[in-house]
Design a binder for this molecule. Structure first.
Ligand code: PHE
Length: 481
């Protein structure tokens, strides 16, 4: 069976997809969010659940997205419509693509603000503006950086312009060419950081904190947070991976590339933890200090250490590069859609979307200064963007993707695209049909406050075991028929 549409864009290099998709998944989620969440949710137990979520939910959903993208060869809206129609199903499933595109746009609208922090800290680090003698002093620097809308707006605008410039250049000349040097650079910087942490931090304490498994700390909240983060860190349900998958050449294995991306993403998160916590512990600081962890505690810690200034600069450069390779992936779906379905040139599409993005992200940026009082139900616009995407749009998109692939499309459609050995395919199918939907529905129940903290997870394991049994029996029966 051949692909149902002719690809317009394809990654040129053998590593094009892996570099771009790894660039997408490795971002602020790994270096900023993962360490502070691990700190907040108590370390090893959280890390363990996060790893299980990556393997049991993240990997199968990512494979599905890449397969949908490659089979439909287009932006999420077009690709999903084509794939659904090919199976004789309603084109309205493309609504999933709309949702993904909206989700990517919304994430980017607050992401550029955090990325703006990273770039401004890189600048401060270079120009000597990051010195204080206490965490309070560092907090004051962070506060001052946010308080002036012209300052903060300058940095987030810079990130917006850089993102749109790269995406506007196109898939090969913009995205692929930039990740080809940014990703190796990222790895080199991360290795420098780890080696430094080994020699000068409390490396043992960091390892202990990240990997000591204490089931007593395993609350329902931590489990659900870990699952939401698995979606975010792998760039799922936001159009990024699906669109990059649309450019994957026919011969490349989806299973293998997915594993590579997921392993790299996980390694970077763990390495970031290993680079950050030893430094925190060596200076007797609190790992549970929240979103400010890398912007307050960390610079203070660096300041007290030999060669700290250089390492600090490397750290914020690394953060900037990681954020940029993720940012471009969040908006590629929209630009590809305008380009393919509406005949706009890449550059026009990118700058047009860029203006809209600039307006929305500026509103998000204002949450930290002028608009500090503009709250709806206790949340700033910035917080709403984060909350709606990670608590609502991403899980819902993941659920839709799993249902579409597991129950709606003709079985052969993605089977051909995935090309997995039959046992592995059965495992993928079981996960997509049962594990993912059940797990995701639980996130919603939790968001609605329907799950209490001492929810008994054993009955869930039992239900899933029964479903697996039913699946195996059914597979046997249908094979006979
Ligand atoms: N995965 C990115 C990170 O961890 C964030 C992201 C989300 C990127 C959605 C693309 C789409 O920072």
């Amino acid at each position: 069976m051949t692909a149902i549409a002719r690809p317009k864009n394809l990654w040129l290099g053998r590593w094009g997809f892996v570099l771009a998709a790894t660039g997408s998944s490795v971002g602020l989620g790994n270096i900023w969010k993962f360490p502070y969440m691990t700190g907040e949710y108590g370390g090893g137990a959280f890390v363990m659940v996060y790893l299980v979520c990556i393997v049991a939910i993240g990997v199968p959903v990512m494979m599905t997205e890449i397969a949908l993208g490659r089979r439909g060869r287009g932006s999420p809206i077009d690709a999903i419509r084509r794939v659904a129609r090919e199976s004789g199903r309603s084109g309205l499933w493309s609504g999933l693509g709309w949702m993904a595109m909206l989700c990517g746009f919304m994430i980017l609208s607050f992401y550029v603000v955090v990325a703006g922090w990273a770039v401004s800290y890189l600048w401060k680090s270079l120009s000597g503006g990051l010195t204080a003698d206490s965490v309070e002093g560092m907090a004051a620097i962070f506060g001052a950086n946010n308080a002036n809308p012209w300052n903060l707006g300058f940095w987030s605008t810079l990130v917006t312009v850089a993102t749109m410039a790269i995406v506007g250049l196109g898939v090969q000349a913009g995205i692929e060419r930039s990740v080809r040097w940014m990703m190796p650079g990222l790895v080199v910087m991360l290795v420098v950081m780890i080696v430094y942490a080994i020699f000068s931090g409390s490396f043992g304490a960091g390892v202990q904190f990240l990997f000591a498994f204490d089931p007593g700390k395993l609350t329902g909240q931590a489990i659900l947070a870990a699952m939401g983060h698995a979606f975010f860190t792998l760039s799922l349900a936001s159009g990024a991976i699906l669109t990059y998958g649309a450019y994957l050449p026919a011969g490349q294995s989806i299973g293998r590339t997915t594993l590579m991306v997921a392993i790299c993403d996980t390694l970077v998160a763990l390495m970031a933890g290993l680079a950050i916590f030893p430094v925190i512990f060596a200076n007797g600081m609190d790992p549970a200090s929240g979103p400010g962890l890398i912007f307050m505690s960390l610079p203070l810690a660096f300041q007290q250490m030999p060669l700290g200034g250089v390492i600090e600069t490397i750290f914020f450069l690394m953060l900037t590069v990681a954020a940029l390779t993720s940012a471009i992936s969040m908006i590629e779906a929209t630009v590809a859609w305008l380009n393919e379905s509406h005949g706009l040139s890449r550059a026009r599409a990118a700058w047009g979307v860029g203006i809209l993005l600039w307006i929305v992200s500026t509103l998000a940026m204002l949450s930290f200064n002028v608009g500090a009082d503009w709250k709806l139900a206790g949340r700033h616009f910035f917080d709403w963007l984060d909350f709606l995407t990670s608590r609502f749009l991403m899980p819902l998109g993941g659920l839709g993707t799993a249902l579409l692939a597991g129950f709606v499309l003709r079985r052969e459609s993605l089977e051909v695209e995935l090309g997995l050995p039959s046992a592995i395919h059965a495992l993928w199918r079981f996960t997509i049909r049962y594990v993912c939907p059940v797990a995701i529905v639980m996130v919603f129940l939790d968001a609605l406050g329907a799950l209490n903290a001492d929810f008994d997870w054993r009955w869930l394991a039992m239900v899933l075991a029964l479903a697996l049994l039913a699946e195996v029996v059914l597979a046997r029966l249908t094979r006979r028929a």
